[in-house]
Design a protein around this ligand. Structure first.
Ligand code: NAD
Ligand code: ISE
Length: 340
């Protein structure tokens, strides 16, 4: 039986996830959609799917067994809490929420429910290149990881909608999460440096350099450039005691023409992480079908939110800002065992 899914938010990524859930993956069907822009929801609704006026009605509907949240970050908290109250598994696009207090409320609700229901959309953890990189670090042959260099470049961001805080509280969450996961570590403190501003973004604070001081003493440097014109370029290199391990350049057709010999660069995240998004949903469908969630958790969303908050404090103060985490609830220990 296919898992009946309701999608909240049918913008760029909502439409892309509907495409993969209906045209690429098996085991799922979209039975409901909603968006504050009803016309957009109607345009995105696959044949037979109901269009609801509000997320609450969609979450409460018997036609929906599991929910995919692709609305804007500030709307996520209420939608997550409603899913948890209804006991329905939910995939929530990053960021989990947009404040520490909101993240704690979602943790409290899920812990009180007593079973994991939430998976956060940190798709890099499902990317084959990142998984191979982690396997090398975990294998131990290079010794302990000491530094991680993370490069996060976007060709452009929506003018007016993407603000100067967003490199730090929206884009950085991916680098924060992948650093914690790759290094099996937590972020203890954050510093931000602002170099010469790119003229391409007007008043936008871009680029930024972020330093994540990990609990082990390892340091992560993150370059965030969100208007770099040439493409979506994601890089990562871990320097260890006895060697270095890096993400490979992605294979692409080699074009020879009057400009020289070159390979295309992905335009945006949809192209670069297409297989990773497919894989995160393959794994989500299996867990949601069994009434639970595996993969990046509410705890991971909380940890990334703290990094974003600390980065905003750091850019204002110009100094190193510490992070204090609450005690990790047992619910966020090893993932639940799933039936075969
Ligand atoms: P978007 O603006 O294209 O789409 C968001 C949609 O949500 C819009 O149609 C909007 O009308 C709707 N919406 C907003 N608030 C709502 C509410 N309260 N109820 C119902 N509908 C609501 O944005 P997007 O690029 O699709 O991003 C959506 C989310 O996905 C964001 O949280 C973003 O950070 C995340 N995202 C993740 C990735 C990734 O790589 N994992 C990539 C892009 C976006
Ligand atoms: C976007 O929301 C994403 O999540 C992309 O993966 C990221 O690269 C981009 O900077 C964000 O705006």
């Amino acid at each position: 039986m296919a898992l009946k899914i309701g999608v909240i938010g049918t913008g760029m990524i909502g439409v892309d996830h509907i495409r993969r859930l209906t045209q690429v993956l098996s085991g799922a069907e979209i039975t409901a959609v909603t968006d504050i822009d009803r016309a957009r929801a109607e345009a995105a609704a696959p044949k037979g799917a109901q269009v609801f006026d509000t997320p609450k009605e969609l979450i409460g509907s018997d036609a929906v067994e599991a929910v995919v949240i692709c609305s804007w970050g500030p709307a996520h908290e209420e939608q997550l809490l409603d899913c948890i109250a209804a006991g329905k598994p939910v995939f929530c696009e990053k960021p989990l929420v947009t404040s520490e207090a909101a993240a704690k409320r979602v943790i409290e609700a899920e812990v009180a429910f007593g079973r994991r229901l939430v998976q956060v959309g940190f798709m890099r953890r499902f990317d084959a290149d990142y998984r191979r990189l982690k396997a090398v670090i975990d294998g131990g042959s290079l010794g302990a990881p000491l530094m991680y260099h993370s490069t996060h470049r976007n060709a452009s961001v929506p003018e007016g909608l993407y603000t100067s805080d967003m490199p730090l509280n929206d884009t950085l969450v991916h680098d924060a999460d992948i650093s914690r996961w790759l290094l099996d570590d937590e972020v203890a403190a954050v510093e931000v440096r602002v170099p010469r501003r790119s003229t391409r973004g007007g008043e936008l604070r871009d680029p930024t350099i972020v330093l994540l001081h990990m609990t082990s003493g390892a340091i992560v440097d993150v370059e965030i450039s969100v208007n770099i014109a040439y493409g979506y370029d994601i890089r990562g290199e871990v320097s260890c005691e006895m060697g270095v391990a890096a993400l490979p350049n992605r294979p692409a057709t080699v074009i020879s023409d009057r400009f020289g010999i070159r390979q295309a660069i992905p335009e945006d995240w949809r192209e670069r992480f297409i297989e990773a998004y497919d894989q995160e949903f393959r794994e989500w469908i299996v867990a949601a079908g069994q009434g639970t969630a595996t993969g990046p958790s509410t705890w991971d969303g909380y940890a990334a939110t703290l990094v974003g908050d600390a980065a905003l404090r750091a850019v204002a103060s110009g100094t190193r800002e510490s992070i204090e985490m609450i005690e990790k609830p047992a619910l966020y220990g090893p993932a639940p065992a799933l039936a075969a």
